[in-house]
Design a protein around this ligand. Structure first.
Ligand code: ADE
Length: 248
């Protein structure tokens, strides 16, 4: 899968996507992340890519021409117009479900805005998906694009070498992940739960499922309504009283 990131700040994309799992997946040829510098496509003699907003107001607006030409350079290279995402707090919030859906694409283009915004006409021309990564405002679309590339990449078959870890993680079936433990058996006076060392896989599975449900109920009750709980689980955990508060 190839990601094309249209940006005025290609240096921001750098290392974050070249290390760890995503970096290895690129080395293995599963993923390709290409940054496209919008400034390289400006026809302005001073290399300008922004201008004052018509109608007045604060800040500058990214102009249509350099963005459109950067976009065309990509689409001409790949031979079609792939889904093109504009990162904006005005879009619907990115979710794990959306990450999985985007992972099925062969190519994706991200447009990173800056300043006060982007000329609406080029958005109308090229954007297929407006997406926010949460209800807060960042200075530009680069960090949201990196967040999305990371989350989508993990869902591309073969990127997670341990296939199972994609299936049992948070949000799978609208439940949060159960707690994990590793060596030593006792640390800082805290013991690993006995069941995890019992070797009884059915019991371990049941314990993990219970923890997932209880955690979701405690920390993200908004998700629980969407979770695939059995009738029995609904009866048992619906009545559970949670008085433990997360330590801050
Ligand atoms: N650009 C600025 N803030 C953003 C956000 N929250 N999500 C996506 N793009 C953004």
């Amino acid at each position: 899968m190839t990601f094309y990131i249209l940006t005025l700040f290609p240096e921001m994309i750098g290392q974050a996507l070249h290390t760890s799992i995503i970096g290895k997946a690129q080395e293995r040829g599963l993923l390709c992340i290409r940054t496209v510098n919008i400034r390289d496509y400006t026809k302005d003699k001073h290399q300008k890519t922004d201008d004052y907003p018509y109608g007045g107001g604060a800040g500058m607006v990214m102009q249509a021409q350099p963005i459109y030409d950067a976009y065309l350079a990509v689409t001409e290279q790949i031979g079609y117009r792939p889904r093109t995402i504009y990162l904006t707090p005005q879009g619907p919030t990115f979710t794990q479900t959306a990450a999985k859906e985007f992972a099925a694409e062969e190519n994706l283009i991200f447009l990173c805005g800056h300043y006060e915004g982007v000329d609406e006409r080029v958005l109308e021309e090229i954007v297929t998906d407006y997406i926010s990564i949460g209800d807060y405002v960042l200075t530009g679309g680069e960090l949201p694009a990196m967040v999305m590339v990371d989350a989508i990449s993990r869902m591309v078959p073969g990127v997670l070498t341990n296939e199972a870890s994609g299936a049992s993680e948070s949000f799978e079936g609208s439940l949060l992940e159960y707690p994990q433990y590793s060596r030593p058996k006792e640390w800082n006076g805290k013991k690993v739960p006995d069941v995890l060392m019992s070797g009884d896989h059915r019991k371990i599975e049941a314990w993990r499922r219970e923890k997932s449900i209880l955690r979701t109920k405690q920390y993200r009750p908004d998700l629980l309504g969407k979770a695939d709980l059995t009738v029995r689980e609904k009866a048992v955990y619906g009545a559970y009283d949670l008085d433990i508060k997360r330590k801050r």
